[in-house]
Ligand binder design. Structure first.
Ligand code: 5RP
Length: 219
């Protein structure tokens, strides 16, 4: 059911892609569906599409699908397509379920337009899930204490396939930080407060000011 919604959202995003475009390419399963559809379009219509990927996952998926990899040194993406873990009623988002939020935020901010693709299960009235925070391993203890002082419950992210903490594509740890529901008017403030702690690299709060459009696929 969720993946049907993801497919529909990805299909809608495909309509925005034009020949010769430079795309910012987010990460996650919805983006991977988008890249597979884009690959078909590239093959059928002989398009040239360039992309700045935000993770190893989307880097390899982009290459497999015929997208030419470029970087932010030479290019400013026209359109960034990315997924999200939660989207509130004002289009504020939480991202980073896949741990790629740092590069995702950089590429989103570097892009002229940002379009988020989600299935309807991601929609909430107010943001409420833990906020992923990427942190330098050296600073992990200090940052944890500071984020607790800000009122959050902090958990170091562990995964499968490796013992110990998850290491991001940038070589860092992730802390999942549970705050109470985050009201629309507080999103930017919380984002800034988290990022003001020394040792924090970036966090997964994407305030609505970064987001131009949310495409929701309903199953
Ligand atoms: C990765 C992300 C993803 O966009 C987010 O987790 C959504 O993933 P999916 O499309 O698999 O549900 O922010 O850091």
């Amino acid at each position: 059911m969720g993946s049907d919604g993801k497919y529909k959202a990805a299909k809608l995003a495909l309509e925005l892609v034009k020949d010769g475009m430079v795309l910012g390419i987010g990460s996650g399963t919805t983006v991977e569906i988008f890249l597979n559809l884009l690959g078909e379009k590239i093959r059928m219509e002989g398009l040239e599409i360039y992309g700045v990927p935000t993770s190893y996952q989307s880097y390899y998926a982009a290459i497999r699908n015929g997208v030419r990899i470029v970087d932010l040194v030479e290019y400013e993406p026209e359109l960034c397509i990315d997924g999200a873990d939660q989207v509130d009623s004002k289009m504020n988002c939480i991202k980073g379920g896949g741990g790629a939020m740092t590069r995702e935020k950089i590429v989103a901010k570097a892009s002229k337009k940002v379009v988020i693709i989600v299935d309807e299960n991601k929609l909430v009235e107010k943001l409420s899930m833990p906020v992923p925070v990427e942190v330098l391993p050296f600073a992990y203890g200090y940052v944890s204490r500071k984020l607790k002082d800000l009122g959050s419950e902090v958990k170091l992210r562990h995964g499968s396939g490796k013992v110990g903490p998850i290491i991001t594509d940038n070589g860092n740890f992730i802390l999942d930080c549970e705050f109470d529901k985050i009201e629309d008017e507080k999103v930017e403030r919380v984002e800034e407060d988290i990022n003001s702690v020394s040792g924090v690299v970036e966090n997964g709060l994407f305030p609505k000011a970064i987001v131009d459009k949310v495409l929701v696929g309903k199953s």
